[in-house]
Ligand binder design. Structure first.
Ligand code: AMP
Length: 356
């Protein structure tokens, strides 16, 4: 398979900051990007050559988009899957549709990981309110109720501390098919970020230690420390098995809990990931550049850490108001996504610091 020559057009489904950073990497390498997103304002479109603003299930618009692109990728994992089948004969979609399908469904995702030999937190499926109580009793309190679909950044999940809170939690989540999951008593959280090309070669970045607040990533640091480092091998083997099973092309991220019994799989993202933003300055090749290299069938870039210590902190909501101070800090690499209005929990930017 030959490389897609610079000057070609890369289609990106989704118009957020991940698409923006992908498009910036692609532009540096001489490619043009075409963003497809339903929101009229797209931070990715602002740095791209073309923009189609249309619904994800608008097959006519999707077809025209596909015909204008040499390859299509995605930055948003909740893109509806069914309409994509109508364009897969027109243009290669990398990574494929199956990876999206699995990542969109918490049950499928867990069963996929278990099928490959991974361990997950104990969980039960809850189809309706009647099933919630017995499922919670089985898993034990405290537990977490999570919607099966459309969960991200702490959305679609609620902690249930005791039986009296079940009804309220069920209603707050919109009475949707869900799972209940045991609260994991973890020592730390980390992610495996890998890139795989069409030839099946895999490269890994160093695994960061991730700290979440309210279900949202707040900080990634490297090196992750001996506890996580001792569990990375097992976690990488699971991520590699998943990538191979899916014939995955591009960047894939798996999030893990480091526990006394080893790594516990939490989630898979079939895309570049917030816990890999540090790679822009902190690794020889960023996750964004290597994703573009992979989907364009170019050789993969080196992934090693280029500093002794790296820290990436998210700017969430009003954190971004600190920009004058951040830009005045000589050591801070400031990334602001240009998303306009800050609201609580909204990712507005991030700051990376390298220590040598
Ligand atoms: P998720 O959307 O499932 O990735 O959850 C976001 C974050 O919430 C995780 O990174 C953890 O910090 C926390 N969390 C999710 N599930 C659990 C669990 N079963 N036990 C403890 N913490 C959890």
């Amino acid at each position: 398979m030959s490389a897609l020559p610079p000057g070609s057009t890369i289609g990106i489904l989704g118009g957020g900051q991940l698409g923006k950073m992908m498009a910036m990497a692609a532009a540096q390498m001489g490619y043009r990007c075409h963003i497809y997103a339903p929101e009229p304002v797209s931070v990715a479109a602002e740095v791209s050559a073309h923009f189609t603003c249309a619904a994800y299930d608008d097959v006519e618009a999707l077809t025209a988009f596909a015909k204008s692109c040499d390859v299509v990728t995605y930055e948003f994992e909740n893109v509806p899957v069914a309409p994509l089948h109508s364009i897969e004969t027109l243009v290669p979609i990398r990574p494929g549709i199956r990876a999206l399908e699995i990542a969109q469904d918490r049950v499928e995702e867990k069963l996929f990981a278990i099928g490959l030999g991974g361990r997950t937190a104990p969980f039960e499926i809850v189809g309706d309110r009647q099933e919630a109580s017995p499922a919670l009793e089985k898993v034990g309190f405290p537990a977490i109720l999570k919607t099966i679909r459309m969960g991200y950044d702490g959305k679609g999940q609620i902690r249930v501390a005791e039986p009296g809170q079940i009804s309220e939690a069920w209603h707050q989540l919109g009475r949707q098919p869900s799972i209940v999951e045991a609260v994991v008593n973890f020592d730390a959280e980390f992610s495996v970020i890998l890139v795989r090309n069409t030839a099946g070669d895999i490269r890994y970045w160093d695994s960061p230690r991730n700290r979440h607040e309210g279900g949202i990533l707040s900080q990634s640091t490297l090196p992750a420390g001996p506890l996580i480092e001792s569990q990375v091998g097992v976690a990488r083997a699971l991520a590699a098995a998943a990538a191979e099973k899916l014939d995955f092309v591009g960047v894939m991220t798996m999030e893990f809990f480091a526990t006394a019994d080893g790594p516990l799989f939490n989630e898979m993202a079939p895309r570049v990931h917030n816990s890999g933003h540090w790679t822009i300055e902190g690794a020889a090749t960023s996750q964004f550049e290597n994703h573009i290299r992979a989907v364009c069938n170019l050789p993969l870039g080196a992934t090693e850490l280029v500093a002794e210590r790296v820290e990436m902190a998210n700017l969430i909501g009003a954190d971004a108001d600190r920009w004058p101070m951040l830009f005045a800090d000589n050591d801070a690499h400031v990334h602001l996504y240009g998303k306009g209005q800050a609201s609580p929990g909204r990712k507005m930017g991030h700051v990376t610091r390298l220590y040598r």
